[in-house]
Design a protein around this ligand. Structure first.
Ligand code: ADP
Ligand code: MG
Length: 258
């Protein structure tokens, strides 16, 4: 593929614990991911998936090895520098949504902009951008709702809007459908497919084969090592519900399952 490499890890290791009990969570893992790919990461519990995502997401550093993100070697950056890279380049979607409970949907989506040192844009421009993203995920009528006033699927859609607000080079999703019912999972996958079609690079951990099978490439880890890595030739380019538009979703909701 001629696309630019967005992620390259070279023989990364992560060893937790300094004393006698050391856990080798990653044991020499080398992967390359190109711009625009939609990749799943699978593997048994404890195999190192979250550790890998934390490193890819610049939330943590490898003990050994190198990590090059968007042509920048980030393996040796300080915590502060990593936070800066994270805010400029990455979007996150978590299994548990991780919205701030006292902030409404709009404020949650705008939050990353407050940290991004993007001083050139006014509050109003930030708000417009967040409103636009909330509209894209079908939640323009929920902008002033608090997380607890929304269903799980709606909260995850707020998280998707938040992950996009900084125009990230890559979105990392750790089991984004793990807490959701089938219908909401499909809606979330439909949105991830849309982001992918718009050219976004997405790396997603999942343990559901059906969900992984919707992506272009499946990387399996085991015992902190690469177990297999293959292109998913017959991936469904769109999920079954991939052609749902946000407006239709809104109507579905009005029809009232959630
Ligand atoms: P997965 O996400 O695939 O379930 P993890 O990356 O969470 O796996 O964990 C990999 C291994 O590292 C496991 O043995 C886990 O117990 C260990 N581990 C994860 N985080 C820590 C930590 N902060 N301190 C010590 N051990 C950890
Ligand atoms: Mg995990």
């Amino acid at each position: 593929m001629a696309n630019k490499t967005i992620i390259e890890t070279i023989d990364i290791k992560k060893i937790y614990g300094m004393g006698e009990i050391k856990v080798h969570a990653l044991n020499g893992l080398s992967i390359k991911i190109s711009e625009g790919e939609f990749v799943s990461i699978m593997g048994p519990s404890g195999s190192g998936k979250s550790t890998l995502m934390n490193i890819l997401g610049c939330l943590d550093r490898p003990t050994e090895g190198r990590y090059i993100l968007d042509s920048e070697d980030v393996s040796e950056l300080t915590r502060e520098e990593l936070a800066h890279v994270r805010n400029r380049k990455l979007g996150f979607i978590f299994q548990a949504y991780n919205l701030l409970p006292r902030m409404n949907a709009l404020e949650n989506v705008m939050l990353p902009l407050m940290y991004s040192q993007n001083g050139t844009k006014s509050e109003k421009e930030h708000e417009e951008k967040a409103m636009h993203l909330l509209d894209m995920v079908g939640l323009s009528d929920r902008v002033h709702h608090l997380p607890k006033e929304m269903s799980g699927g709606q909260q995850q859609r707020v998280a998707i809007a938040r992950s996009m607000v900084n125009d990230p080079v890559m979105v990392l999703a750790d089991e984004p459908t793990g807490n959701l019912d089938t219908k909401s999972s499909r809606e979330i996958m439909a949105m991830l497919h849309r982001m992918h079609e718009d050219g976004r690079t997405i790396v997603m951990v999942t343990h559901e084969p059906g969900i992984a099978n919707e992506t272009e490439r499946i990387i399996r880890v085991r015992d902190g090592k690469l177990d297999s890595d293959h292109k998913n030739g017959n991936h469904t380019t769109k999920s079954k519900f991939g052609n749902i538009k946000p407006k239709d979703m809104k109507q579905e909701q009005a029809g009232g399952q959630e």
